[in-house]
Design a protein around this ligand. Structure first.
Ligand SMILES: Cc1ncc(COP(=O)(O)O)c(C=O)c1O
Length: 394
């Protein structure tokens, strides 16, 4: 019923806005004009309350130095309590700009060049960049893919930890495989980290996109969260990636102070007026909009699943438990990654994210963004069907 109040079917032309997804494809795909189902933003308008708040602030007309207000932090605390039953203490929160830059700050604050940092591929690929570009060493703890489901490999993790290993970057829920990690899985993981003095950095940017009956478990909700950092942001939830803000929740004072010092040393600016206004309005007034969005995305996901089953059975959907990203297995087609990519880009005219970007375990897979009006989703799927479908006229 809420769905009726919000029109997620509305198609909005994003050309002329310098949208990376629609107009910034050359770097990744060699040319423009592909049908974009790649980078993780949504083709939906933000809640009207967010637009109104930005307009009202813009009308004031003076945009001098500004700080994050207590209402800004309270809006985040309130959202996390309402949506995830999470009690976050105000003093645990430190400021980030975007999530990736906040993870970079953590890498710089807690590790030294030459130290090892663990990631769980296939995983959101900027994790590799923030580690490697800063002279730290990636240690891969690949996910296991068993009976169509991804699992963490705890035995491999224990084996991989050495004296040089200082930190682990967790994707919770996991982009691109769509796992919503369970309480038990996260407790086991955190115990291994604590036993080995590893800092656990939990990127929870996708944590609002959870499909029933799955439930998001924040690392913060676990008892022994002393050595953890949790990255939170409205950038995905409310489609605010172009005016990003983030916070990092760090229960332990020593870690918090070290993070804060690094933010100051790097002089990172976190107080963009419009990102603050948008964040606060979204977290304060966005519940109903988001409930309706999640309903719409659930239907998109079901639509995708039946379309693929019916028309493109050679491609296997790893149905996500969370996130609006679908992980598609092309291995049954029996072509090389290069050939699959060429067919997708040159013949289907589609922009998907090549699985190889996500590291070990990505070969043979492609990631598809389904956060768009259903008519667009269908248009994209038809393009895929034209090349890989059983009957090519769905
Ligand atoms: C797991 C994950 N973390 C972080 C980001 C990006 O966050 P930001 O734009 O705030 O740096 C993304 C975007 O796709 C993501 O999937």
């Amino acid at each position: 019923m809420e769905l009726k109040r919000y029109n997620f079917d509305e198609k909005i032309d994003r050309h002329g806005t310098n949208s990376v997804k629609w107009e910034g494809m050359t770097k990744m795909f060699g040319r423009e004009g592909l049908f974009p189902m790649w980078v993780a933003d949504m083709d939906f308008k933000v809640p009207q309350e967010v637009i109104n708040a930005i307009k009202a602030r813009a009308d004031h007309g003076i945009f001098g130095y500004t700080f994050r207000s207590e209402n800004f932090y309270n809006s985040i605390i309130g959202w996390m309590k309402r949506r995830h039953n999470l009690d976050i203490k105000r003093e645990w929160i430190v400021d980030g700009a975007g999530v990736v830059s906040a993870i970079t700050i953590a890498v710089l604050a807690y590790t030294n060049p030459g130290d090892e940092i663990i990631v769980q591929p296939p995983v959101y690929y900027p994790f590799f960049r923030v580690v490697k570009n800063n002279g730290r060493i990636i240690v891969n703890n690949p996910l296991r893919f068993e009976n169509g489901r991804y699992l963490m490999d705890f035995e491999d993790l224990k084996r991989k930890i050495s004296r040089r290993t200082k930190m682990m970057i967790l994707c919770n829920p996991h982009n691109p495989v769509g796992r919503v990690w369970t309480h038990d899985e996260l407790e086991t993981l955190l115990k291994i980290c604590n036993d080995n003095d590893l800092i656990l950095a939990s990127d929870e940017i996708h944590s609002d996109f959870i499909y029933a009956p799955n439930i998001h478990t924040s690392i913060l909700s676990l008892d022994s969260n002393r050595n953890t950092l949790t990255f939170l942001a409205p950038n995905k939830t409310f489609n605010l990636a172009g005016i990003p803000s983030s916070v990092v929740v760090i229960p332990e004072k020593r870690l918090r102070d070290e993070f804060q010092t690094m933010v100051e040393n790097l002089d990172i600016e976190t107080s963009n007026i419009f990102s603050m206004v948008a964040t606060q309005a979204a977290y304060t007034y966005g519940d109903k909009w988001f409930d309706a969005l999640l309903e719409y995305l659930t239907e998109n996901l079901n639509f995708l699943e039946s379309f693929i089953e019916e028309h493109i059975p050679k491609v296997n959907l790893i149905k996500p438990e969370g996130t609006y990203l679908a992980w598609l297995d092309f291995r049954k087609i029996g072509l090389s990654d290069e050939d699959i990519s060429r067919l997708i880009i040159d013949k289907a005219n589609l922009a998907l994210d090549d699985g190889n970007l996500f590291g070990i375990g990505g070969s043979g897979f492609q990631r598809m963004n389904i956060a768009m009006p259903r008519e667009l989703l269908l248009a994209g799927l038809k393009k895929l069907n034209d090349i890989f479908g059983d009957e090519k006229n769905a």
